[in-house]
Design a protein. Structure first.
Length: 236
């Protein structure tokens, strides 16, 4: 196996031990030699793996002492935080927080896109919306999710702010993994189609306020659907 792959294996396994509670916050990791022996890899491979985790603030190396596990609140990787939350039974709470973050980014992006979008952008939105409809009617979950994600990508790009898609990218990667859970519910798909139709109408009118309002309504509907159809058996 290539060393880059070995580094990823070691990094992922150490992170798994942390999120599972085997290495709780404040714990000092075993030495590089010990970890290397566990995986039958070199100290250099272990060092690079731990550097990856230190780069997202999961670990802190204290010179002359060792490497320690940080509190989850200090981590800077969305992927790692979500893994930790899921492992501790807080996946639904994280889903709600992700929607709150989506609202912050996407509502503002929609307002910008409302005044900056082109005819090509609107045509692209209509195309993705049509695929959502046909996928819904055909029971094609993967097609529906792909079209839904692509729809939102158009709006983020149409905002005209190059930083928006870049900031949103880690959220999108998580959505690609988790959207199937919510979109598997037919009622949620139906509601999403209605909300996306309103967004397209607002975009076609080049009305920033209307577009902002339509996206805000979509985010609220998504939250309501999450609570009603996915986590209705839990109090959140």
């Amino acid at each position: 196996m290539a060393r880059d792959s070995l580094v990823s294996v070691v990094s992922n396994d150490v992170l798994e031990r942390i999120v599972s509670g085997d290495l709780p916050p404040g714990t000092m990791l075993p030495s590089e030699t010990e970890i290397g022996n566990q995986f039958d890899v070199s100290r250099l491979t272990v060092r690079e793996a731990l550097k990856q985790l230190a780069a997202i603030n999961v670990l802190t190396a204290v010179r002359g002492k060792g490497t320690y596990v940080n509190e989850v609140s200090e981590w800077t990787s969305i992927d790692a935080v979500v893994r930790a939350a899921a492992a501790n039974g807080h996946a639904h709470e994280v889903s709600i927080q992700m929607l709150e973050m989506r609202r912050i980014i996407e509502v503002g992006a929609a307002e910008l896109a409302g005044s900056r979008c082109t005819d090509d952008d609107v045509d692209a939105l209509r195309g993705h919306l049509e695929r959502m409809r046909t996928s819904h009617d055909a029971g094609d979950l993967d097609g529906f999710v792909e079209a839904d994600l692509a729809f939102h990508d158009v709006i983020l790009a149409a905002s005209g702010n190059l930083l928006v898609p870049a900031v949103y990218d880690p959220v999108r990667r998580l959505l690609a993994q988790t959207r199937r859970e919510t979109s598997a519910v037919p009622e949620i798909q139906s509601n999403a189609i209605v909300m996306h139709e309103r967004i397209v109408e607002a975009m076609s009118n080049s009305d920033p306020e209307q577009t902002r309002s339509a996206m805000a309504d979509h985010m609220q509907q998504t939250l309501d659907d999450l609570r009603a159809f996915v986590i209705s058996d839990r109090k959140v």
